[in-house]
Design a protein. Structure first.
Length: 141
C-alpha cells in the first residue's frame, strides 16, 4: 500500500465509539435508578405523613364520655387518645411515636417507614427510612 493512501474506514473507526456508548448507557441506568428509587421514597413519605395524620385524628376524637353527657367538663381523654392513635398505627402496620405536647393540648404522632431500594442497592444503599408527622389538637383538654 502506498504511503499516501489512507487506511480503510473500518480500520480507523474500529472501537472508537464503544467507551462513549458504555458511559452513556451507565449514566442512563443511574438516572433511571435514581428516578425510580426517588419516586418510591416520595410515595413512602406521603404514606408516612398520611398515616401519622390519621392516627393523630383518631386520637383527637377520643372524647371524654362524662363530658358528652354533661357530668364532667367536655374534652378529650388523653389516655384514650394515645390508645386510639396506637391502635391506628398497629392496624396500619407502621412503627411510630406518640407524644402529648403544648401542655396536654396537642397529640403528635411520628411514623417511620423503611423501604427497600431496587437500583440504589447496586451501589450499597439497600434501604431508606422516611418519617412522617401528624398533629391533632385535643380540644377542651
Amino acid at each position: 500500500m502506498p504511503g499516501w493512501m489512507l487506511p480503510a474506514a473500518d480500520d480507523r473507526e474500529r472501537g472508537s465509539l464503544s467507551p462513549m456508548v458504555a458511559i452513556v448507557a451507565l449514566a442512563s441506568l443511574i438516572m433511571i435508578g435514581l428516578a425510580y428509587d426517588g419516586g418510591q421514597k416520595a410515595q413512602a413519605t406521603q404514606r408516612a405523613i398520611a398515616i401519622a395524620d390519621e392516627a393523630a385524628r383518631a386520637g383527637g376524637q377520643a372524647v371524654n364520655p362524662e363530658g358528652v353527657i354533661g357530668e364532667a367538663p367536655p374534652g378529650v381523654d388523653v389516655a384514650a387518645a394515645v390508645a386510639a392513635a396506637e391502635s391506628y398505627l398497629n392496624a396500619a402496620g407502621v412503627d411510630g411515636d406518640i407524644s402529648i405536647a403544648a401542655g396536654g393540648r396537642q397529640l403528635v404522632v411520628t411514623t417511620t417507614i423503611q423501604i427497600q431500594t431496587v437500583f440504589l442497592s447496586l451501589i450499597g444503599i439497600d434501604s431508606m427510612t422516611v418519617v412522617g408527622t401528624g398533629e391533632a389538637d385535643l380540644v377542651g383538654s
